[in-house]
Design a protein around this ligand. Structure first.
Ligand code: ZN
Length: 179
């Protein structure tokens, strides 16, 4: 498989609504090629999630893998590598919490974003089966960030206080709170 170029903010594909992925194409050679490229690209980038539009494929496919520890996000619930096709979010509770977010398509920057912290995601698996996943806390934020990419949205669209949109170095110097 191939490490693909990650397109950056300003590329028009990042602002398009991605096409639903044709369920009959799940499991095809092209499907496995896309997933393989996305996996290699995510691994090479050190990120925890990647949406197909970020490699300039405007289709509703997202991969997420959250390691159990040692991320820059601190202690979080782990989530094994999973493919989410045509995912839809339902908010269970509107109560929101804020996290500092970064994005492979906006390298070198961080922003503080508040999002609902209890959601359900309905999606098709890489076997074409209907699945549903309930998420709370940081993982709820991760999914909303990644699925936003399928709607042409970026995390910067949600930043309420632009003084909390910073370069990574300044984030570490001035905003990172020690636990
Ligand atoms: Zn992103």
């Amino acid at each position: 498989m191939t490490i693909r170029n990650i397109i950056r903010m300003g590329h028009p594909t990042l602002r398009e609504i991605a096409k639903p992925y044709a369920p009959e194409d799940i499991g095809s050679k092209e499907f496995y090629s896309l997933i393989g490229d996305m996996k290699d690209t995510l691994e090479a980038s050190g990120g925890i999630g990647l949406a197909a539009p970020q490699i300039n494929v405007s289709e509703q496919v997202v991969i997420i893998e959250v390691p159990d520890s040692g991320t820059r996000y601190g202690d979080t619930e782990a989530l094994p590598f999973t493919v989410y096709i045509n995912p839809k979010i339902s908010v269970i509770e509107e109560a929101s919490a804020g996290y500092w977010e970064g994005c492979l398509s906006i390298p070198g920057m961080m922003g503080y974003v508040e999002r609902p912290q209890h959601i359900v995601v309905d999606y098709l698996s890489d076997k074409g089966q209907k699945e549903s996943l309930e998420l709370k806390g940081f993982l709820a934020t991760v999914f909303q960030h990644e699925l936003d990419h399928l709607q042409g949205n970026l995390y910067i669209d949600h930043i309420k206080d632009l003084s909390l949109f910073t370069y990574e170095n300044e984030y570490h110097e001035f905003h990172l709170k020690e636990d």
